[in-house]
Design a protein around this ligand. Structure first.
Ligand SMILES: Nc1ncnc2c1ncn2[C@@H]1O[C@H](COP(=O)(O)OP(=O)(O)OP(=O)(O)O)[C@@H](O)[C@H]1O
Length: 724
């Protein structure tokens, strides 16, 4: 587990030097660092061939997204192939951030969705592919922003970065975001240090890298432009047969929207202002009030943008999620919204906090429950550590029968269900439970939950509508016939009008995706990164102690520190331990004949200090981090010694072989020389010894040969000496 405090400044600690420094190190060898966690996960993946996951949590602005990027940067660097797929995975990030991040009061680049990115590695350790999963994009932001907040970055980037001709085609004559209702409500248009036009060029380049086709990109831009024009569309309240009604009071924008969505003007007009209901087997058309029309338009826009986002993620996955030829292991990184408690908490906060309860349970389960259960099972000496188990909160929200989510679901489907009937039912069902809080006299319309991180009061207003997660069936069936192919793809299932209610609710969809995530996490070896926000003002060198302690407390860090100090993070099955460390003893019998428990004890006694804290369980040995580091260091030292000895012996053998060959060569040369001398002598004798000159010449030659011969003999002797 790593506690990472956001420095709110660029520190020179993420360079190539640090990547090299933390490569192949043990966790406790160097000061804590996000690269140490990343490297350890990678080492485990390679050594044990098991999946790893890193769960990053913390409040908005605490540094989760930056931490995720640093992990990806490290993994890409050490996998070291600089392959195209690596580039594609990295380039997915600017696209996701453009469509899913926005400026909030807490964070100028706040991720308004959760994400899990699973990076797969080949057995050799190269990145093979990746898969992205997104959770619960904040939809309300598309139609409304609070003061000092912005809509999703992509809108501002698009307006700043499109060419004049492109803006003309999209009918975005106004370049300033202040001219678009959906972008203007927060009163914030530019951000210090952010260059929207440049970012737009980067987003387009990234889309190219991820194989988005030009017409696909154009369809997306057309839909974004249509959203902006829809936001500007004006309606007028009227009356039809003494009933409230509304009509479009803005032919220009209606035409723009119709053109960009590829729909006939008149049909769009009707679908926006009327509703067809199914009564006694007949379709009846009714007019909508202006208020209902605006609500219907916003609901459509929210679903449309969410659909674009989902489709972009799917498109990215089509490119980066290459099916491996053989089973491979992965490292997953979860960057998910932290716990939320605002002045007004709605359905989104309930979902987000439920996700955090799940992660807390995963954490508690891993750190406390499983660990202490194992100590018990192994019969080691252990003083039980108390911890806060949040299982009953999970039960209340979504696990046990008649839980809060199932009540919301039931009420959403019930035709007469309203937010206040929901509140009544919640009170009746759970009112007497200690973790459920009824609003006090000033908050009678609220209900609360005692979460692991504190009490949160929820306002049920709008819960049912948000949970239904749908928009007008008239609009839905109309867009099915649109000319914009991308739009048709976003809403693929043409549901008959009377079955629209059967669409899964948001509760169901969110729970399903969360269940899947928890299953994936539970099959991997986890690491936890707790991001801490140092102050509320995004300031460097400003450490608000109270704020930090609060974050540490509710994330269970105090209990974690206690269990980490008292517990045994390293455990080995005896046989595996002996296999790894037997070389630390001078002589050991073959593994099959060993009493592995006894031998493990002997190894520990010979290497670790006498007072080292270790425990011998039934089948496992339990060690502290520092003792494990000692064992590893000693093992590395012995291995190095062995390698040097082997190398020396090997060199000697090589030298012998070399000398033997050399000797052979000398003998061959000698043999040839001797033959030649004999032949020369013989020929000289043949030509007549009586010729004195010839005789002298022969003698000179002979003495030269003798000299060469004696040198050869000396060489031979030398080589014999070496051999000896
Ligand atoms: N390690 C870091 N080094 C330098 N600055 C950082 C670091 N981590 C975070 N920051 C700064 O803090 C800002 C917020 O961080 P980040 O977006 O990662 O928060 P978050 O926890 O993902 O928030 P949210 O939940 O709102 O998405 C960043 O834009 C950056 O300016």
């Amino acid at each position: 587990m790593l506690v990472a405090i956001n420095p709110y400044q660029i520190l020179p600690i993420y360079t190539h030097r640090e990547i090299q420094l933390y490569r192949n190190k043990k966790l406790s060898e160097l000061p804590p660092h996000i690269f140490a966690i990343s490297d350890n996960a990678f080492q485990r993946l390679q050594r044990l061939k098991e999946n790893q996951c890193v769960v990053i949590s913390g409040e908005s602005g605490a540094g989760k997204t930056e931490s995720t990027k640093l992990i990806l940067q490290y993994l890409a660097a050490i996998s070291g192939k600089h392959s195209w797929i690596e580039q594609q995975i990295i380039e997915a990030n600017p696209i996701m951030e453009a469509f899913g991040n926005a400026k909030t009061v807490r964070n100028d680049n706040s991720s308004r969705f959760g994400k899990y990115i699973d990076i797969r590695f080949t057995p050799e350790g190269a990145i093979q592919g990746a898969r992205l999963q997104q959770y619960l994009l904040e939809k309300s932001r598309i139609v409304f922003q609070s003061r000092e907040e912005r809509n999703y970055h992509i809108f501002y980037c698009m307006l700043a970065g499109l060419s004049g001709a492109e803006r003309e085609r999209l009918q975005l004559q106004e370049q300033s975001p202040s001219q678009y209702h959906y972008l203007a409500q927060g009163g914030c248009f530019t951000l210090p240090g952010k260059q929207d036009a440049k970012d737009f060029a980067d987003i387009r380049a990234a889309m190219k890298v991820l194989s988005f086709k030009p017409d696909e990109v154009w369809c997306i831009l057309s839909l974004l432009a249509a959203i902006l024009h829809l936001g500007n569309l004006r309606f007028k309240a009227t009356e039809v047969a003494n009933l409230e009604a509304a009509e479009v009071d803005d032919a220009v924008n209606l035409e723009r929207v119709a053109l960009l969505l590829g729909l006939p003007n008149a049909s769009l007009n009707a679908a926006l202002t009327q509703r067809t209901i199914f009564v006694h087997g007949e379709h009846v058309v009714t007019s909508l009030s202006k208020e209902a029309v605006l609500e219907g338009r916003d609901a459509f826009v929210k679903s449309l943008y969410d659909g674009i986002f989902v489709r972009i993620v799917r498109r990215i996955n089509d490119t980066i999620n290459k099916q491996p030829a053989q089973p491979v292991n992965s490292i997953g990184v979860l960057d998910i919204f932290g716990f939320e408690n605002f002045d007004n908490n709605s359905f989104e906060q309930l979902c987000i906090n439920y996700a955090n309860e799940n992660l807390q349970q995963f954490f508690v389960g891993h750190i406390f429950k499983m660990e202490q259960a194992e100590y018990q099972l192994e019969h080691i000496n252990w003083q039980h550590i108390e911890f806060q188990d949040n299982q009953d909160i999970l039960d209340l929200i979504a696990m046990k029968p008649v839980n809060i989510m199932s009540l919301i679901d039931e009420e959403s489907k019930f035709p007469k269900g309203t937010d206040s009937t929901l509140l009544e039912k919640l009170h009746v069902q759970h009112g007497n439970r200690s973790i459920y809080v009824k609003g006090k006299t000033t908050q009678t319309s609220l209900f609360g939950i005692r979460h692991y991180a504190g009490v949160v009061m929820y306002n049920p207003l709008g819960f049912l509508e948000k949970n239904r997660d749908s928009f007008s069936t008239d609009l839905r069936s109309l867009v099915q016939r649109a000319n914009n192919k991308y739009l048709v793809d976003i809403f693929p299932h043409e549901l008959p009008m009377d079955t629209a209610k059967k669409q899964p609710t948001l509760c169901v969809k969110f729970r399903n995706s969360l269940d899947m995530l928890m299953r994936t996490l539970s099959q991997a070896h986890p690491y936890f990164i707790r991001c801490i926000k140092p102050n509320e003002f995004k300031q460097a060198n400003d450490f608000d102690q109270e704020l930090c302690v609060r974050q540490l407390r509710y994330s269970g860090m105090m209990e974690t520190a206690r269990i980490r100090r008292a517990g045994y993070p390293i455990r080995h099955v005896y046989r595996a331990f002996v296999e790894r460390y037997r070389l630390l003893l001078p002589r050991t019998p073959p593994l099959e004949q060993c009493d592995c428990r006894l031998l493990s004890r002997q190894i520990c006694e010979s290497v670790l200090p006498a007072n080292a804290d270790r425990q011998f369980g039934r089948i496992k040995l339990f060690l502290r981090d520092e003792d494990d580091a000692l064992l590893e260091a000693e093992r590395s030292r012995r291995m190095l010694k062995c390698i040097v000895t082997i190398q020396r012996g090997f060199r000697r053998v090589l030298f012998r072989r070399y000398l033997a060959k050399y000797r052979q060569a000398v003998l061959t040369v000698q043999r040839h020389w001797r033959g030649r001398v004999q032949r020369l002598r013989y020929r000289t004798m043949q030509r007549g010894f009586h010729r004195l000159g010839a005789c002298i010449a022969a003698q000179q030659l002979s003495s030269r040969f003798s000299m060469i011969r004696s040198r050869m003999i000396k060489l031979q002797a030398l080589s014999r000496g070496y051999l000896a």
